[in-house]
Design a protein around this ligand. Structure first.
Ligand SMILES: [Zn+2]
Length: 309
């Protein structure tokens, strides 16, 4: 049974207090009580509920927008009896923080995706690492969210043009759960992954899922007329050598690793033509699951080779 506010017909999903007032009416009552005593706080309860509870803005942002110190905002929240969020709790609730403790199909795929397309950076103020995962494709991040069992928001930036420098539109999610970060560091994720990242030690039967994630992150599949080309570009020579070795062990032809001259940073490429692309397709997509697929790659493989039986 959903309780209703006795003073208004507010349909928002806010707390109803024992006196049967919703958060808005309850806080307004506190505000009026203070006004009667001649105390006018610099922010109204309505403004705080709108921004802090409904729009979920952080305290420091509300402080900035109102030209006040964060501790002042915090004490005004207390005056109005607006419950404060506990950031650590929210973070724990909203994500499966044990995901990399015991790898499976989904987490192995996700690990590959993060190793190639995730960015680990240090928050100097907190002295903690955090992770950004960027993509041009929203569905890739929706898969990431599903696998993480996370309710964090997918953020979006439109294409921008700063004095002729065009930055394409991009989606990203931000992860600061320290248990996840530590697992990733333990598996070999680095801040300087472009040059120094190593292929992680993971069970043999999960390597194809890991690699499917790597391909989703920095691989490319192109189909032109009747020719399909699969390639992957990696900044770390050790990492790409291990990919090449693994694929060779699994029946693909030995390939040369080329240094990529087109990119700003050093990177390395391996390419597979049609015949080996079919082997790669069967190896990577043979036992994929709903959330561990790169739709645009799979579509081209299916177009060329048909679905895997
Ligand atoms: Zn109410």
């Amino acid at each position: 049974m959903k309780r209703k506010c006795s003073a208004c017909d507010n349909k928002e999903n806010l707390t109803i207090y024992p006196n049967k007032l919703c958060q808005r009416c309850f806080s307004k009552k506190k505000e009026d009580e203070l006004l009667i005593k001649g105390i006018k706080l610099p922010i109204s309860s309505k403004h705080l509920i709108d921004n802090y509870l409904v729009r979920e803005k952080p305290i420091r942002l509300i402080a900035l927008e109102n030209n006040l110190k964060p501790h002042k905002i915090s004490s005004i929240l207390d005056y109005y009896l607006i419950p404060k969020r506990n950031f650590a709790d929210i973070n724990k609730k909203s994500i499966n923080e044990n995901i990399f403790q015991d790898l499976n199909t989904e987490s192995a795929y996700l690990l590959g995706y993060i190793f190639t397309d995730g960015h680990l950076a240090l928050n100097k103020k907190k002295n903690q690492f955090f992770l950004h995962i960027y993509s041009k494709y929203k569905y890739q991040l929706e898969n990431v969210k599903e696998i993480f069992k996370s309710n964090s928001k997918i953020q979006y930036r439109r294409q921008t043009n700063y004095g002729g420098i065009v930055q394409g539109e991009i989606y990203w999610i931000y992860i600061e759960n320290q248990k996840i970060i530590k697992s990733l560091l333990g598996l070999g994720m680095t801040t300087n992954k472009n040059t120094s990242i190593k292929f992680p030690e993971i069970p043999e039967h999960l390597k194809n899922h890991f690699l499917r994630g790597c391909w989703a992150g920095s691989g490319c599949v192109s189909l032109y007329k009747n020719t399909i080309l699969s390639q992957i570009t990696i900044g770390s020579i050790d990492f790409i050598e291990e990919i090449e070795r693994y694929l060779n062990l699994n029946g693909l032809k030995k390939r040369n690793i080329y240094s990529n001259k087109n990119s700003k940073k050093d990177s390395y490429v391996i390419r597979y033509a049609t015949k080996d692309s079919e082997k790669l397709y069967k190896l990577l997509y043979g036992n994929k699951t709903q959330h561990t697929t790169c739709k645009r790659h799979e579509k081209k493989y299916v177009e060329k080779f048909g679905p895997i039986k």
